[in-house]
Every structure is written in C-alpha cells, then in structure tokens.
Design a protein around this ligand. Sequence first.
Ligand code: HEC
Length: 117
Amino acid sequence: MGRRVALALGALLAGCSRPAPPEDARTLYELRCAPCHGSAGKGDGPASSGLHPAPRDLSDPAWQASVDDAYLKKLIVNGGLGVGLSRQMPGSPDLAQRPGSLAGLVGYVRQLRRPGP
Ligand code: HEC
C-alpha cells in the first residue's frame, strides 16, 4: 500500500512541467513577497489592496522577457527605489550577503512565468 502511494506520488511529481524550486526560495518568497505579490505573482496578495502603483503580474511572459536577472537582483536587494520604481516595493538588503538565496529567489520569480511567447 505504502509503495502504491509512493508510486502515485512519483507519477504526480513527474507530471509537473517545471522542476520544483529550492525550498528556501519558496519560503523566502512566501514570507517576503507573497503578502503583496500573491503566491502566483499576480499582484493579489493580502497586503496588495493599498498599493499604488499596484504590482504588475509577474507571470506575464512579455515582462519576464524584458528584464534580466541582474535587474531582478538589484530590485530585490535595494527595493523599488533602487531601480527607479515605487518605494512601496521594499528591499531585502540582507540578501546581498546571501548570494545563493538571492539567486534562488530570482529563480523562483522566473518560474512564476506562465507559458507563452
Ligand atoms: C509591501 C509590498 C511589497 C513586497 C513585500 C514586495 N513587493 Fe515587489 N513590488 C511592490 C510594488 C508596489 C511594486 C510596483 C512598483 C512600481 O511599479 O513602481 C513591486 C514590483 C515588483 C516587481 C516588478 C518590477 C518591474 O520591473 O515592474 C518585481 C519583480 C517584484 N516586485 C518582486 C518582489 C520580490 C521578489 C519580493 C520579495 C523579496 C517583493 N517584490 C516584495 C510591492 C511589494
């Protein structure tokens, strides 16, 4: 029985189109980003209602293609002000000392991209 459950779980995981991101990145995103950006990056987190400008849809393929990883790192570390956006997007300066976690978070933002051109 246990083996059957394991097989079913394996089949389920194999059916996912994207590799699972590192847990650390998911945790970081849920703690620091999802309150505003929402778990799927749609800009609909519980703390998003008062934000002007509202955060864009991070799953938008056109936007994803328009930014490089260096920009995302700068934005995440320095916040909106660091890249000429709103100060309402807070920075995570501590991640400058944790390059692995920062890269993981950028990877997490990347996998929010929905399929499309
Ligand atoms: C307090 C709310 C808040 C939190 C928390 C927050 N953001 Fe944002 N974010 C914003 C707002 C507001 C904008 C829109 C800024 C603008 O357009 O001027 C934004 C914009 C962005 C953008 C789009 C930048 C662009 O070029 O349009 C990305 C990517 C982003 N945030 C990533 C993150 C990540 C990753 C985290 C977690 C480390 C995070 N944000 C945490 C509010 C937040």
